[in-house]
Write a protein that binds this ligand. Sequence first.
Ligand code: AKB
Length: 318
Amino acid sequence: MNNTILVTGSRGQIGSDLVVELRRRYGNKQVIESSRSAAPNIESLSYEVLDVSDRQRLEEIVKQYQVGTIYHLASLLSAKGEQNPDLCWDVNVNGLKNVLEVAKSHQLKVFWPSSIAVFGPHTPKLDTPQIAVEDPSTMYGITKVTGELLCNYYAQRFGVDVRSLRLPGIISYNTLPGGGTTDFAVEIFYEAIKHGSYTCFVRPDTRLPMMYMPDAIAAILQLMAADEAGIKIRTSYNLTAVSFSAAELVAEIQQHLPDFTCEYAPDFRQAIADSWPSTIDDSSARNDWGWQHKYDLQAIVRDMLSQIKSQKSKVKKI
Ligand code: AKB
């Protein structure tokens, strides 16, 4: 099998951290970054401009670099998806279909992130089981349900080794998230440090599943390294670390910054958050391939505050 790795959406919140870890493990030349925009300041490392809705261009890159694995991260998130549902479908569904088609033709291994957004108002909110009602109310959620079914179909019908996780909200400090409902749990840290106050776009009692980026990267790489026989779910694995409400997050930040204040002004993202689970049962991931998270709320807050304080000017917007 070819062992070059292609990362789509590599400049996004997860991509930018994943590329660093992949390059640390496998070397710079083994990891090809790609995203829709030109990135002028990284000539020294392998980077390709790629719109994932262009299958021909994707296939050219796969052949040129003899790619063996794709981490397909290019995606619109939930809030942005509501603002542009057509683009959301095109990037999230047609982009994934292109990746799976190319994977089928070139025997590629694929990672693709699904989301807690596959769930909806009729899904059990607490300890949401692996198999549960999926009735998303956003276009983003609809694309993720469709994507999961496509992954399962290509795995069962064509033997494509595609693996997936239903990611919760991801908290990180290197690159800001771009247009998700869980973005408040990242923005709040920057505003707390910069201004000492934050206006949160969800209610204080909004409780959602969350994860710190180092745990998310560990989960993705652990899933991809797992023995194929252990991967029993080819739609997507439930995955979680911690669940906390916006008010609990504020209180934890106040342990470090006692003068920090938060006001609440819920907007359209409240309805999206209300349609998602509060806590997730990820026992299939824990049993099948040994998933264990490291960071709880206290550890996340401690590390986020110290990282942002020390790297204030470096954060990248997407
Ligand atoms: C979003 O808020 O849209 C994402 C997600 C939970 O998939 N972070």
